[in-house]
Design a protein around this ligand. Structure first.
Ligand code: FES
Ligand SMILES: [Fe+2]
Length: 404
């Protein structure tokens, strides 16, 4: 059976409303398939404009297993490229954030301009034409200060997402933010288990006692109005302050501003702002959380005082790299307006708890006795949305390949 036929048979075997068949969480062919069908076709959140703010700034990272670099040009435009030298393929830009006038391959010093053109290749023969060896471009888009790349030739439509998110996020003014902290976790679990875990709070009350102090852990998707009228009161307050709340959603994205628990104004250990220099002045920065999630791999919370990003990338059949970033106002001074430890403590603790959960989940999913069980429709509706989206995207990809 070809890999595609095998994946098709697994998709066919899947019971709606249930966890996925085992081999989709464990198989080497499922990992390869997910890179091709999902991570190299969809819009992938990679970070924020402010990480590549000035001409010559680069942000280099792997999308799945494929290195990509995002570059701010001298003309101010954002561009992205496959981070693979057109000579013998070395990675041109080192991972992470750098600043350079040109992109110089470390191997034989082929040198590219910030727009990807090859401008120097020492000692090459007379018939060598640099014009034929520019870095290969990748689609990149910015929405309200957030960066997304797409490695497909023909990316999915982006406009509806951008138009939905931009007005919600505008008040957080991400163009005037700075990166306060970044953390990277290597998790021994398939990326879909990592994302399923990230899309539900069924486990939160028991496993995230700190998160549960600030985050309403028992609500359904989209934080529907509760009987005490808490959400209605919050929504009315946001309307008076002129802050849109959404929700807005499409096939692969959703965003909503929702109230935190009573008496709580930020997602921190004590529920207070961790940063005194606020990102949102309206309502004294007491604006709940704007949560936006994009399939396949990310969610963010924008609070009055900071922004948190969670982004997962598959690095092996049962290994995932999670990158977490915290933004604060660019004028917030570390040690004066905030302390990194208190800013990051809640999500660092929560992520460490989640790593244990997903690695344990992966261990059990490997069992001979694993049988996909039913999701809780009330508490795991966003997990169902995620796995439904995954199965549809996977099926569409196979249909487009004309086999299986
Ligand atoms: S591989 Fe880049 S210059 Fe040789
Ligand atoms: Fe969790």
């Amino acid at each position: 059976m070809s890999d595609l036929s095998h994946i098709r048979s697994l998709l066919n075997a899947r019971r709606p409303g249930h966890a996925l068949p085992q081999a989709l969480y464990t198989g080497a062919d499922a990992f390869d398939f997910d890179l091709k069908a999902i991570f190299w076709r969809d819009w992938i959140m990679v970070g924020f404009d402010i990480e590549v703010a000035t001409p010559g700034a680069t942000l280099s990272l792997d999308v799945g297993t494929s290195p990509v670099v995002i570059v701010r040009g001298r003309d101010g435009a954002l561009r992205a490229f496959h981070n693979s030298c057109r000579h013998r393929g070395a990675m041109v830009c080192a991972p992470g954030r750098r600043q350079s006038a040109r992109l110089v391959c470390p191997y034989h010093q082929w040198t590219y301009d910030l727009d990807g053109r090859l401008i120097t290749a020492r000692r090459m023969q007379d018939d060598f034409d640099p014009k034929d060896h520019a870095l290969r471009p990748v689609h990149v888009r910015s929405v309200a200060g957030c960066l997304y790349v797409c490695l497909a030739d023909e990316p999915p439509a982006f406009e509806a997402f951008a138009e939905g998110l931009a007005p919600l996020l505008a008040v957080h003014d991400l163009k005037n933010a700075k990166l306060a902290h970044e953390a990277v976790f290597v998790e021994k679990a398939n990326w879909k288990l990592v994302m399923e875990n990230a899309r539900e709070c069924y486990h939160c009350a028991a496993k995230h006692p700190h998160l549960a102090l600030t985050f309403p852990t028992d609500v359904k998707a989209h934080f529907a109005a509760d009987e005490a009228g808490r959400v209605d009161r919050f929504n009315a307050r946001m309307e008076r302050a002129g802050l849109p709340i959404g929700p807005t959603m499409g096939e692969w994205w959703q965003a909503i501003r929702f109230p935190l628990n009573d008496g709580v104004i930020s997602m921190t250990m004590d529920g207070k702002h961790a940063v005194s220099r606020l990102m949102v002045e309206a309502e004294g920065g007491d604006v709940g959380s704007l949560r936006w999630a994009t399939e396949p791999n990310a969610f963010c919370h924008a609070l009055g005082d900071h922004v948190f990003m969670f982004s997962a990338q598959p690095s092996g059949p049962m290994e995932t790299v999670v990158t977490a970033k915290w933004l604060v106002h660019k004028d917030a001074v570390e040690g004066v307006d905030y302390h990194v430890e208190s800013l990051v403590a809640l999500w660092l603790t929560t992520n460490q708890q989640d790593i244990e959960l997903v690695e344990n989940n992966q261990c059990g999913v490997r069992s001979l006795g694993y049988t996909p069980g039913p999701y809780c429709e009330d508490a795991e509706s966003l997990v169902m949305r995620f796995t439904d989206w995954y199965c549809q995207a996977a099926g569409r990809f196979i249909d487009g390949q004309g086999e299986a």
